[in-house]
Structure formats: C-alpha cells, structure tokens
Design a protein around this ligand. Sequence first.
Ligand SMILES: Cc1cc2nc3c(=O)[nH]c(=O)nc-3n(C[C@H](O)[C@H](O)[C@H](O)COP(=O)(O)OP(=O)(O)OC[C@H]3O[C@@H](n4cnc5c(N)ncnc54)[C@H](O)[C@@H]3O)c2cc1C
Length: 384
Amino acid sequence: MSTGKTEIVIIGGGVIGCSIAYHLAKRGARVTLLERDRLAAQASGASAGGVRQLGRDPREMPLAIASIARWQTLEDELEADVEFRRGGQLLVTEDPALIPELEKRVAAHRALGVDIRLVQGDEFRELAPGFAPSITAGMSTENDGQASAPLTTRAFGAAAERHGAIIRTGVTVTGIRQEGDRITGVETSEGPVACDWLVLAAGAWSPGLADMLGISLPIQTMGLQMLATAPSEPLLKQTAGALNRRLSLKQTPNGSYVIGGGWPGDVDLDRGVGMTRLDSIRGSIEHASAVFPLLARLPLARFWIGIEALALDEVPILGPVSGLANLTLATGFSGHGFALSPIVGQLLSELIIDGTPSIPIDAFAFDRFEKLSKDAAFPDWQAG
Ligand SMILES: Cc1cc2nc3c(=O)[nH]c(=O)nc-3n(C[C@H](O)[C@H](O)[C@H](O)COP(=O)(O)OP(=O)(O)OC[C@H]3O[C@@H](n4cnc5c(N)ncnc54)[C@H](O)[C@@H]3O)c2cc1C
C-alpha cells in the first residue's frame, strides 16, 4: 500500500504496538497509536525483560534469531538506554542423568542456527558461580540477554514520535467502524478516529476488541507472577532457567534478582489488575532457592502480576484476517513477546507497507487455527 495519505491506527501502547508504530513511522507512514492508560501499563510494564532464543517453538526461531541481531544495536537505533545487557542465557540441570537431554537440546538449537554449547564442570562453575554445588552443567548461549521492558516500550514510543507518529494515551477504544470488508475507524472515549488501516495490538484485551468485528481469537488470559529481591552483590550475568523447574532468574543492574517462570496469579481483566497468590510466591521462592541458594536469604522487595495473552498453541497471532481488507493482528504473545518486539514491529510494517515481510510470517497466521482440533486445550504454560 502507498503510505502517502494513509492513516494507520494502532490499538495498544505495549511494546508490540509501540514497535509497530516506530517501524511504520520510520518508513513515512502516518500513524496514530491509541492507548487507554499510559505506555507499558500492562504486560510490557510487568515483563521480566528476557531477550532469548532458547526454548522457543521452532516456528519462532527465524524471528527470534533475527530479533536478537536487532537487539545488539537497538539502543543506538532508538537513541535510548533500555538497559540491554548481553549476559547470555543458561539452562541448567540439577540431575546429571539429564545432561544427555541438554546435549540433545544443544544439537537441536544448533540445527536451527543458534550459537550454543554445553558447559560443564569447572567451566560451568566459573561461568555461573551462584548455582547450588550439585549443579554442574548447563546449556549456554552468549548472544541472549535482558533489557528493561518499560524503558524499551517508551523508547519505541519516543522514536515513533520523532518520526511523526501521534501517540495518544488515556484514550480507550470502545468500538470499531466497518463498511463492507473495510474498517473505517474506531470509536474512543475521546470521540471517533478515522483510519485506512487498523492494527490490533491490545495484548490480553485483543479478544474483546476482535469480538467487535465478529472475530473469535483463541486467546486465554494469564496472570504471571514476578518477584524481585533486595539488591545483592553481582553474581549472575545470565538469564537462567532449570530443567523441570518453573524458573526464570536474572540479576538486574541494581543487583536485585528478578524471579519468574510462569507462576500463576489471578486476573481482573475489566480493571486490568492482577492479584498474587501466596502458594505461587512460596513455590517460586522454593524452586529458585533450590537452584540458586543465595535467594533463600535475600528479602523480597517487590512482587507483581502481569497480564498476558496466551494463544492456544503458544505462538503469536500476526497478520491479516480473511474477509477484512485492512486489519493486522499482533497479539497472543504467550509470555515471550518482549524479545521478539523489534522484529515483529519491522515485519508487520513491511507487511502493511510493502505487502510482504522480509521473513515469512505465515506460521503465525490467524487461519492456522482452522486446522486445529476444536477440542485443542490451552497448554499448562511454563517459563517466561
Ligand atoms: C510477568 C511477565 C513476564 C514476562 N517475561 C518475558 C520475558 O522474560 N521475555 C519475553 O520475551 N517476554 C516476556 N513476557 C511477555 C512480554 O512481556 C509480552 O509478550 C509483551 O509485553 C506483550 O506486549 P503487548 O504490546 O502485546 O501487550 P501489552 O503490553 O499488554 O499492551 C497492550 C496494551 O493495550 C492497551 N489496551 C487494551 N485495551 C485497549 C483499548 N480498548 N483501547 C486502548 N488501549 C487498550 C493496554 O492498556 C495495554 O497497554 C512476560 C510477560 C509477563 C506478563
């Protein structure tokens, strides 16, 4: 499509909506982003900020590898400090009998193009000194890392504005106008906004908005718990997980350990708030300290719940919907969308402006669900 006079409206000021806004505006498109709260108010403010290639669905690997490449220079590109640190990613095992399983995973990741290896014994202890003495092996990749999700979201938003995008916060989309197979605008708490193209990037609230168009998104809402300890000496540069544990662990630049891994919380979607569960807090501390004993002694400084959209098959829903000429979906990131945000913004801007993204995204099409069994169940979701 020509971007000359086209007004593209994006619903949602999370990291995905802001990245799409930036990439579109950089190409000269006229973009208005509508966010009912402030930027990074939901999942993108609560996120653990892990930037990883490991443990992904094979369909996501081309995007993950391309996104990791973008992360290496993203701060320069956005002219912002987003606290990106290339500390690597580590998946450890407490059970020596599972080292062959790690070897298998290393081979599988290498076959997909990831630079990864198994680290054992003295080399492991030197690389990751804080783990329990019984843990002697892990698979390690050096290119992965971590960043601040709220800073990244706001940096995409600010860069989008520098390229001419309009970002309106405190504006709730309440309706979508449609004429035939075209969307012509949205109704909002501040009045109507006309558009030639609509991007739906409203995270866990996307199904409610898609319903307005008669589209039933196979997305479930998840409340994901995060814990943060008081600051401590620097001991962990990687983002770490452990086989057969609900664990995602990292140490932030201020020394605090941030612990996640998919421990559930409760969600009130209407109010946009999550509530912690005592058993999840206990469970998370127990799993984390079994692997990284220092955590049993550090006081908790903060805990929170982020609200995420879980797609039925745990990979995002990206691209058009048949029967609608000017709608793009960007939702269902299933607990691992932050790392993909640079490439998703790029590819969807290419899809909208050029008609074809430079990396195929057919595997993420909404119509893939037509092939899934009607009885397909939402997964018991793991790690972040
Ligand atoms: C606790 C937690 C930990 C995570 N850890 C990681 C990790 O380590 N690595 C990783 O890669 N990913 C991680 N993720 C996932 C990642 O953070 C998300 O996939 C990503 O932030 C999703 O971004 P989004 O823009 O799609 O959604 P959101 O950030 O939720 O943004 C959607 C926005 O839409 C707005 N909105 C909703 N309805 C309307 C409306 N009607 N009108 C206007 N605006 C509306 C909302 O207010 C919200 O700001 C984690 C997620 C959580 C919750």
